[in-house]
Design a protein around this ligand. Structure first.
Ligand code: PMV
Length: 348
């Protein structure tokens, strides 16, 4: 039994009663994952590399309810709606199969970031659910196995198991071989702590889910294969830049990788466009800051929000410039954060 649980629950039976609560943070990819080669096992086409954040935690409790008819899933205080509930129940089914158990569960999740807005709520969400679910059902998983389990909820969640910087291997082969070889692990970096200013220009849910957008891009974009090939080069360059602690190199590589990913989407048929006018305003601001001598580099995920990589000492100035450019938006300052962890017995 994980040490955090033994502290609060005297026995396996008691652990079942009190359940397990896990906290996980989102991560932002500096080298993006875009496209799945196996949609069932959620195996990415490309390796990716991310920084786990110290903001926007997700807190999830899983408590077993042996006498209930089925699972009960609550998201931010309200019953989860169709698609969300189905994803959680499918994930619990996977955990139950691994554990050889059948009891339904109550899942209670609180996100401190808007869900589905390209702010990586699925990464923190499934990392927290993987850890809380595995603990509640008595699975004793090492970090690699936990990362592989989190990947089955959302491939980017595999990276949020770890704090700091993590690489997610796209794995090799098919079926069980692919499943075993696709997981995240920490990467070595110099002793430096870059910051991200997160420009939230629109916190609403995205128009096209990342799942649908990826599929369309892989199936129809003539640019996809070229980006995937260049991403392998970006990853190798990024590892060198991180080991050196060279923020400008890290930023340049992250920006070209992200904009290349969006180019593949813009070339999809029909196109997938996550850019909003406010997105362009932030990208212009980043370019201007750079011209003024700041180390500031943009990355974007499946949504209109922009994350600006910079030195910790420059965050206040950069956040102020972003707020000036997009007065209705918000700018949140983040640094490298911790990996997923269990919390001693407490409801979120
Ligand atoms: O794992 P998903 O379905 O949330 O996809 C995330 C994809 C990106 O955020 C765009 C890139 C990444 O590697 O996180």
């Amino acid at each position: 039994m994980p040490p955090e649980l033994t502290e609060s629950c005297a026995s396996a039976d008691e652990a079942r009663e009190c359940g397990a609560t896990a906290v996980a943070h989102p991560n932002i990819a500096l080298i993006k994952y875009w496209g799945k080669r196996d949609e069932e096992l959620l195996i990415p086409y490309v390796d990716s590399l991310s920084m786990t954040l110290d903001v926007f935690p997700t807190t999830t409790t899983v408590r077993l309810t042996p006498t209930a008819e089925g699972d009960s899933v609550t998201l931010d205080g309200s019953p989860a709606v169709d698609g969300e509930r189905e994803r959680v129940v499918a994930f619990l089914n996977l955990v139950r199969t691994m554990a050889g158990r059948a009891e339904p569960a109550v899942v209670n999740t609180r996100n401190s970031v808007p869900t589905g807005a390209g702010l990586a709520s699925s990464a923190s969400g499934f990392a927290a659910l993987a850890l809380a679910g595995a603990s509640a059902y008595g699975l004793d998983l090492d970090p690699t196995a936990l990362s592989r389990l989190a990947r089955r909820g959302s491939a980017s969640a595999s990276r949020s198991i770890f704090g700091g910087f993590a690489i997610c291997h796209a794995g090799r082969g098919t079926g069980a071989e692919a499943d075993l070889s696709a997981y995240a692990e920490p990467v070595a970096v110099a002793d430096f702590a870059p910051a991200l200013v997160i420009a939230v220009v629109n916190a609403g849910p995205k128009a096209v889910s990342s799942r649908a957008a990826m599929r369309r891009t892989v199936d129809t974009s003539p640019l996809y294969q070229a980006w995937a090939a260049s991403s392998a080069v970006d990853l190798a360059d990024m590892r060198v830049a991180l080991r050196r602690g060279d923020l400008d190199a890290v930023g340049e590589i992250a920006e070209r990788n992200a904009l290349g990913m969006h180019a593949t989407m813009l070339a999809a048929r029909p196109p997938v466009r996550y850019f909003a006018p406010e997105t362009m305003a932030v990208l212009d601001t980043v370019a201007r800051l750079r011209a003024d001598g700041f180390s500031a580099y943009a990355t974007m995920d499946a949504g209109p929000n922009v994350k600006v990589l910079c030195h910790l000492g420059d965050t206040a100035r950069i956040a102020a410039e972003i707020r000036r450019a997009v007065p209705d938006g918000t700018a949140v300052i983040a640094g490298p954060g911790a990996g997923a962890r269990l919390r001693p017995r407490a409801e979120p």
